[in-house]
Design a protein around this ligand. Structure first.
Ligand code: TYD
Ligand code: MG
Length: 458
């Protein structure tokens, strides 16, 4: 009788070992190495390399010249939600496998149900629910007022049945909610275990590649923030996106972690409402809600939040101190950085604020830890001190060094482009961040030293 093959795999990171050990040597997690049955011999190897072999028809594999390989322009399927498409790199690519991760309650099922109901109007779609009953899904769709007439629904967790249904239905887009509950009869371990998740995801992905179906897999995030069986899935899927949101905020962010068809530095922002997830079309300015008239002590800067520029207003108030030891209070900013910047302002800008209380605040409760806020903060302080408002259409960013030099910050071009999009017409930026070609409708003042920046807002 053939010996049953087993391996020991870490449930956190997917590393495998030939024998059991208490701690995973790769990720350092304790008690995560579990025994996994590999199923009939040779099956696993076949599953992994099937995709690679598919391209070689003859007996002797032959290498091709890169330039000779015919590529057709992929026609992406627009998901209907601009923010979702943006994270995917412009829409769903036929034949791709996309993993949508997130903690429970983030809104993964809601997002995918909404997307699929809209997509189903133009092409065959199938929603496979393994966690909720058909009634629950239907109730939600009805409550959200989604178009329900075209979407086909199935409650199934067995991967063989799912594959059979896919063969029969041949949908263009399929959602499997979630991969952790899908199991195969061929594998002895429990649903949700590494081997089940890996083999089921591999089978579904293979089907997607062969049939050109878009496969959307829902995956749960474990308590430490990683996708259950993370590395196991990551190499076989094409895109991995994460839906995140804190409990006290209605905003949800969709972030690309891996994308074979686009950049990963895209961030989609949604708001969870009682009518489901709504796109936030202008996320970069959600924290920018300014009064009509210019006021002194206020400046707008562009910070880099995650992977997207965000416009935020910074306010400063400089007032004569009644105390012997004037106060320096920073909300949303680092206290020490404020003290340091005030010293730079005195030494290199010639502005003496030693006898003044200085308060600084980032509007909207945003926390700014980036050094690109330095220059905007300094100019806001000067504006308040002189009681002279900065122009309302001015945007500022740049790091301030201890010798009064203005240092460049990453992604200067993108920051300027974002500000221009929101109607800002002037910008004070570090010399090295000055755009090579002019930005239409925007006057950029590149500065090298603090004095130049002060002179620019005279
Ligand atoms: P759900 O999509 O079920 O999350 P997931 O599949 O990621 O676990 O969304 C669950 C949460 O979303 C739930 O806690 C309530 C909230 N929600 C709303 O606020 N409004 C709505 O219209 C819907 C459908 C959900
Ligand atoms: Mg769900």
């Amino acid at each position: 009788m053939a010996k049953q093959k087993t391996a020991f795999v870490c449930t956190e990171c997917g590393s495998d070992y030939s024998k059991w050990q208490g701690q995973c040597s790769d990720c350092g997690a304790w008690n995560t190495v579990t025994e996994v049955r590999l199923g009939p011999a040779g099956k696993r190897g076949a599953a992994v390399s099937a995709g690679n072999r598919a391209g070689f028809a003859g007996a002797r594999p032959e290498a091709k010249l890169l330039a000779d390989i015919a590529t057709e322009a992929v026609v992406r399927i627009a998901s209907g939600a601009g923010e979702f498409d943006r994270v995917l790199g412009g829409g769903l690519v036929p034949g791709s496998a996309i993993l949508v991760g997130g903690s429970p309650g983030a809104g993964k099922s809601t997002l995918l149900l909404q997307t699929l109901c809209h997509l189903a109007r133009g092409r065959p779609c199938l929603y496979i629910t393994g966690e909720e009953s058909l009634q629950q899904v239907a109730l939600r769709a009805r409550r959200l007022g989604l178009p329900m007439d075209q979407l086909r629904l199935m409650a199934e967790t067995n991967v063989e049945s799912i594959l059979a249904a896919l063969e029969g239905d041949a949908p263009d887009v399929v959602v499997v909610d979630s991969i952790q509950v899908v199991h195969s009869d061929d594998i002895a371990s429990a649903p949700g275990s590494v081997s089940q998740v890996r083999e089921c995801a591999a089978a579904l992905t293979r089907h997607a590649k062969q049939s050109g179906t878009v496969l959307l897999l829902v995956g749960h995030v474990t308590k430490d923030g990683s996708l259950a069986g993370p590395k196991v899935l990551e190499h076989m899927i094409d895109c991995s996106i994460l839906l995140e949101g804190s409990d006290d905020s209605r905003f949800r962010t969709l972030r690309g972690q891996k994308n074979r068809f686009g950049a990963v530095n895209e961030l989609g922002i949604f708001a969870m409402t009682d009518g489901g997830l709504r796109e936030v079309k202008n996320p970069s300015a959600i924290f920018l809600d300014r009064s009509e008239e210019a006021s002194s002590g206020s400046a707008v800067m562009v910070v880099w939040e995650g992977t997207r520029p965000l416009l935020v207003e910074i306010q400063a108030l400089v007032d004569e101190s009644a105390l012997g030891n004037p106060r320096r209070v920073a909300v949303g900013l680092e206290q020490n950085r404020l003290a340091m910047l005030l010293a730079v302002l005195h030494r290199h800008g010639g502005l003496h604020v030693g006898d003044q209380d200085v308060f600084a605040n980032v509007v909207g409760g945003v926390k700014v830890l980036e050094t690109s806020a330095d220059l905007a903060l300094l100019l806001a302080i000067v504006s308040s001190f002189r009681d002279r408002p900065l122009p309302r259409d001015l945007v500022i960013f740049g790091e301030v060094g201890l010798s009064g030099e203005i240092r460049p910050v990453p992604s200067g071009q993108e920051r300027l482009a974002e500000a221009a999009k929101h109607g800002f017409r002037r910008a004070i930026v570090p010399k090295a961040n000055a755009p090579k070609s002019a930005i239409p409708g925007m006057e950029v003042v590149p500065v090298r030293r603090l004095q130049e920046a002060l002179a620019a807002c005279e």
